[in-house]
Design a protein around this ligand. Structure first.
Ligand SMILES: [Zn+2]
Length: 427
């Protein structure tokens, strides 16, 4: 049981200090022992002050609006056996009070017990005190909590034991949380900084004079930049906001997956554009196929249950499969023009390195290594999702370098002639 102190005006006009005990009930266990175990203190690590304040306000309003209850009982007189009644403090942020949680016995006490004071203003004063108290709790902020104290919709990786954010009731609070240390700090900053870096690169390329970078190149690179910026930006937004509420978490989780599909599509576009520059048919076929696969990935990502933990391998497999589909045009190119040519002119080496980084990232993500091997030891830094983020950024930079080289080769060799393969071979 938790308590708070407050001054309550007595019927004779004097102020009497009373201790108001906010008694806590849970829906699951009734015994005092169970309460000790399950109920967290008011300022406990997993308590969401905003939710608590809302619940407390609601409960006080319910009580003050109750026509048969013009009494604030002296809670000091309540015996320990009555701890099951009273105001409800949610054991977890998802718990919500219900009508039947107010002990009917407590509500009817005025009939057989005249030790209570009758005074509605007293109650309203107590309500103010309680609200004040709740505001203080809110101002004290939140603390990180253990995985088992998270609501179901926030439980994702049970190998990360401590340092989780509790549900935060506002977008502002979520964005403020990026400056605190918790399980998402690394995830947030890796993709925020990556997003800013690609945004800077995009602005740099777009502001080059036409004599240096032609409009055609700018447009082709724009496809890649849009994919990279959307992927990293949506990922940053997801990791920042997913503790806001179940609805917001699910929405941004879908957008996060859509961003991955956009990055893969945006990466394919410049490579296919330059790699099959002189073969219009092949280029159109490959670009269309990658567009259809990307669109399919986006549609599957929007499936309601796609973000659930049990579909982690499916997610990893889908995006890795989409990425690996790039092997087909790469092998086509190498067989048609020779492996040496493919490596020197089509940046096949960079492409293979990029693919390896993505595959490694997908494996790390799906297998949840290293936290699987060291449960509770990688809660804040170096857990699988952070490593996956870093590998995605590295892969995107490797790809950027590869397509820059391809664009240079294309500019150096000019437009196509009738027999591009022979022309290149004879040089
Ligand atoms: Zn992520």
């Amino acid at each position: 049981m938790d308590c708070m102190d407050g001054f309550i005006e007595s019927g004779d006009g004097t102020e009497t200090r009373r201790r108001i005990k906010v008694m806590i009930t849970t829906n699951r266990k009734d015994s005092a022992e169970a309460l000790d175990e399950e109920v967290q203190p008011l300022n406990s690590p997993c308590e969401s002050p905003g939710k608590y304040e809302i619940n407390l306000r609601r409960r006080l309003e319910e009580i003050t609006a109750f026509p048969e209850f013009p009494i604030l009982p002296d809670f000091d007189d309540l015996s320990d056996e009555e701890e099951g009644g009273g105001l409800t403090l949610p054991a977890t942020p998802t718990d919500s009070p219900s009508e039947d949680e107010v002990d009917p016995e407590l509500l009817n006490r005025e009939e057989d017990d005249d030790e209570f004071d009758f005074c509605l203003p007293q109650l309203s004063h107590a309500a103010e005190q309680a609200e004040e108290f709740a505001r203080k709790v809110w101002a004290a902020g939140w603390n990180c909590c253990h995985f088992k104290h998270l609501p179901d919709w926030l439980q994702d990786n049970d190998y990360l034991h401590r340092g989780h954010r509790p549900p935060l009731p506002s977008v502002y609070e979520c964005f403020k949380s990026i400056f605190r240390i918790h399980t998402e700090t690394g995830n947030i900053w890796t993709h925020l900084l990556g997003c800013v870096a690609f945004l800077g690169l995009a602005v740099y390329v777009w502001t080059r004079p036409v004599i240096e970078v032609q409009l055609q190149e700018k447009l082709v690179f724009a496809a890649f930049f849009i994919g990279a910026i959307c992927c990293l930006g949506l990922s940053f937004a997801f990791h920042t906001l997913h503790c806001h509420s179940e609805f917001v978490g699910k929405l941004f989780s879908k957008l996060d997956y859509c961003g991955i599909a956009m990055l893969i599509m945006g990466s394919f576009f410049p490579w296919l554009y330059y790699g099959f520059y002189c073969e219009q048919t092949s280029r159109m076929i490959y670009l269309s196929v990658s567009g259809v696969l990307g669109f399919t990935c986006i549609v599957v990502s929007l499936w309601e249950r796609f973000g659930e933990p049990q579909f982690r391998p499916l997610r990893a497999g889908l995006f890795a499969g989409f990425g690996l589909s790039g092997v087909v045009p790469a092998v086509h190119y190498a067989l048609a023009k020779g492996w040496i040519h493919a490596i020197s002119r089509a940046s096949l080496g960079w492409l293979i390195l990029m693919g390896s980084l993505y595959i490694l990232g997908a494996l790390v993500y799906a297998s949840r290594i290293p936290e699987r091997w060291f449960p509770g030891k990688c809660d804040i830094w170096f857990h699988s999702h952070q490593l996956f983020h870093i590998l995605v950024i590295l892969a995107a930079f490797v790809h950027y370098h590869g397509i820059c080289e391809m664009a240079m080769h294309r500019l150096a060799h000019g437009e196509c002639d009738d027999h591009p393969y022979e022309a290149i071979t004879l040089q």
